[in-house]
Every structure is written in structure tokens, then in C-alpha cells.
Design a protein around this ligand. Structure first.
Ligand SMILES: C[S@@+](CC[C@H](N)C(=O)[O-])C[C@H]1O[C@@H](n2cnc3c(N)ncnc32)[C@H](O)[C@@H]1O
Length: 263
């Protein structure tokens, strides 16, 4: 796993905010901000909100995302994972689950060149309403709903090279409940990936510290050449999130028992 230290150095692209820009975004912020913004407590604002605001105003990833016209600081997590594991290439077909507000989708569009003729294809889905990203098909639907896989398959119309899932249910503060919820989403994302991934395809999914659960990991190992876990530097150090990266999808060799409960 990578450490969650300060931002990496990078090229520092100049910040047009146009999504249609042909400029490839994606350099992580360079160095930290000199001026620390202190937020005073205000009447009617909870201490937790003040802390959140102060963190946002002093977070180099938040500032850099804004500068580069990226919709979320989370975009840098995908950028860092892509730099480490070489996930995205021009022409690739990508599904992005839990896509709102669209930072990962923006990066997928740029790196697959889905806006270009003969470029890739990107389909994103989120349970929340979200603003469309040019170059992607953006769906609003609960991925846990039975109809969701069919909607995604219909929009993709063919095999997928990369399934991304940054899905996260709102946290309750109860560690086990939050863990179970995120793992439920991860499991559903993997089963979807099994159905749509092309040979050689890859899967990247948010899980919680401790990594992917035993049964799911065993199943993934049977179907992929390599499975790794990573915490990209942009992932907050205090957050339990890590990502599982499965590459070299080969599916199952005829009728093997995977232990999945099909009932
Ligand atoms: C951390 S955010 C994703 C950020 C995104 N990767 C980006 O770069 O902008 C997690 C998202 O998962 C979505 N989500 C959670 N449960 C979901 C579900 N059942 N179906 C679809 N989306 C879901 C949430 O609505 C939220 O927008």
C-alpha cells in the first residue's frame, strides 16, 4: 500500500475549466499551500461542520481539483491508481459505478479518449442525480436495484475492459455496519464485473481496511491473474478506504465451483 503522505509532484497543467478541453488533466497537486486558512466558529454552525470546512479550504487536492476543473478530489485517487497500475488506455470501454459528482468519469473520458472518433466508451451510474459528463453516458439509478445491470449492459452494448466502483453508502459511524455496507456494494460490483468483463479486463473497487473479504477475494483470485490492494496518496489517511485492483480477468474455466451462493 502507498502511504497517504503529501501530494506527489507533477507536471501541473494549466487550469481551463472546460470539460470539452482537449488538454489532459491529471497531475496531482504540487506541494502544499503556504497559507493556512483558519475557519472561525460561527453561530448555528456545528463544530464538525467548521472542521470540515477548514479541512476543505486547506486540502491541496480540493484546491487542485477546482483549479483543473475536476468535479471531485476523488479524481486524484483514480489518477494515482492509474499511474501505479496502468488501468486506463485510449479506446477502452469503462463502467464507473458510484460515479457522482463525476471526477472519475472525467478522468475515464479523457484517458480513454471517448470524445474522439475511434476512442473508448464510458458509462457511469450513481444513485444520486448528477450532471452529465461530456463523452460519457451518465445514468442515475440505484446499482443495487435488479434493473441496474441490464441498464448498464444496454448502455455499454458489448464487453467492458474496466469496471470501476468508488461506491460508498453514507457512513453511520458504526464501524461494522459501515464495513458491511461497503463490502455489500463491492460484492455486487464484482458480480456485475464477472458478467461484463472482457478477457484481460480489470476491476477497481473501494473496500475498507482489512481488504477484500475472504470469500470474495478467493473468487476474484480464481478469475484474475493478479489482485492487489492499494491506498492512493489522495485517500485521506484517517479514512478506512482502500482499493482492490484485479487485473487480467480470465473468468472461470468451465463449470468450476466458485463457492458463490446462487440460491
Ligand atoms: C465517493 S462518491 C464517488 C465519487 C466519484 N468517484 C467521483 O470521483 O466523483 C461515492 C458515490 O457512491 C454512490 N452510491 C452509493 N451507493 C450507491 C448505489 N447503491 N448505487 C449507485 N451509486 C451509489 C453515492 O451516491 C456517491 O455519489
Amino acid at each position: 500500500m502507498s502511504s497517504a503522505e503529501g501530494p506527489k509532484s507533477g507536471g501541473g497543467s494549466k487550469g481551463s475549466k472546460s470539460e470539452a478541453s482537449s488538454r489532459v488533466r491529471g497531475s496531482a497537486p504540487t506541494g502544499s499551500r503556504d497559507l493556512f486558512v483558519r475557519v472561525r466558529t460561527a453561530k448555528g454552525r456545528k463544530a464538525s461542520s467548521t472542521r470540515w470546512l477548514q479541512r476543505q479550504l486547506n486540502d491541496p487536492y480540493v484546491l487542485e481539483a477546482k483549479r483543473q476543473g475536476l468535479r471531485s478530489r476523488a479524481a486524484f485517487k483514480l489518477i494515482e491508481l492509474d499511474e501505479r497500475f496502468t488501468l486506463l488506455k485510449p479506446g477502452m470501454r469503462v463502467v464507473d459505478l458510484g460515479a457522482a459528482p463525476g471526477g472519475w468519469t472525467q478522468i475515464a473520458v479523457e484517458r480513454t479518449r471517448s470524445l474522439h472518433p475511434n476512442g473508448g466508451k464510458v458509462v457511469g451510474m450513481d444513485i444520486l442525480e448528477w450532471e452529465g459528463v461530456a463523452g460519457a453516458t451518465c445514468l442515475t439509478h440505484d446499482f443495487m436495484d435488479d434493473a441496474a445491470p441490464l441498464m448498464l449492459k444496454g448502455a455499454m452494448d458489448g464487453a467492458v475492459d474496466l469496471v470501476l466502483s468508488d461506491m460508498a453508502a453514507p457512513t453511520t459511524g458504526h464501524r461494522q455496519t459501515d464495513h458491511l455496507r461497503v463490502m455489500g456494494l463491492a460484492e455486487a460490483a464484482w458480480y456485475f464485473a464477472e458478467e461484463v468483463l472482457a478477457p484481460g479486463g480489470a476491476f477497481v473497487c473501494k473496500v475498507f481496511q482489512g481488504g477484500t473479504e475472504g470469500a470474495l477475494l478467493t473468487r476474484m483470485k480464481k478469475m484474475c491473474e493478479v489482485i492487489r490492494h492499494a491506498k492512493p496518496p489522495a485517500s485521506r489517511q484517517g479514512s478506512p478506504e482502500v482499493y482492490v485492483i484485479a487485473q487480467g480477468f480470465r473468468g472461470l474455466s468451465g463449470g468450476e465451483d466458485t463457492g458463490r451462493d446462487e440460491s
